[in-house]
Design a protein. Structure first.
Length: 139
């Protein structure tokens, strides 16, 4: 069994946004040379997410509206976490809903997706450097 590891770095200029990272993960699979295996893609920050869904702008707008209703940013004093001087408690909650990671099968050297599936990086407390781990194992 072989393994491959790479970190992808992001600095999203907005507090909340979604970035399609499918091509970056596909490049990692190609670099790894692994033909049959699994790829783990996970956000290495507790206010960011990696998830799989459709690459459709209306859906992404819906996510932003829905997440803001579930965990509104303001007023920041509504969250105990923000008593520490932070203002990002909502970002922690949004990350919990959207998830930390995805695992995708690799078949014949390609990501083995269902119809319309793409991999996204979700940012909920942007404007600083954050990383995503891509770990691939297989043969």
């Amino acid at each position: 069994m072989n393994s491959y590891r790479k970190e992808l770095w992001f600095n999203i200029p907005h507090r909340m946004d979604f970035v399609n990272i499918t091509a970056k993960v596909e490049n990692c699979v190609a670099e790894s040379g692994i033909q049959e295996g699994l790829v783990l893609v996970n956000a290495m920050h507790i206010t960011a997410s990696v998830f799989i869904n459709d690459h459709e702008s209306g859906l992404h707008r819906d996510y932003k509206v829905w997440l803001e209703k579930l965990a509104p940013h303001a007023p920041i004093n509504q969250y105990g976490h923000n008593d520490t001087g932070e203002d990002n408690a909502d970002a922690h909650l949004k990350r919990q809903v959207m998830g930390r990671e995805v695992v995708v099968a690799i078949t014949k050297g390609r990501l083995d997706f269902g119809t319309w599936e793409q991999i996204f990086y979700g940012e909920f407390d942007g404007r600083r450097d954050k990383r995503v781990l891509v770990k691939i194992i297989g043969d």
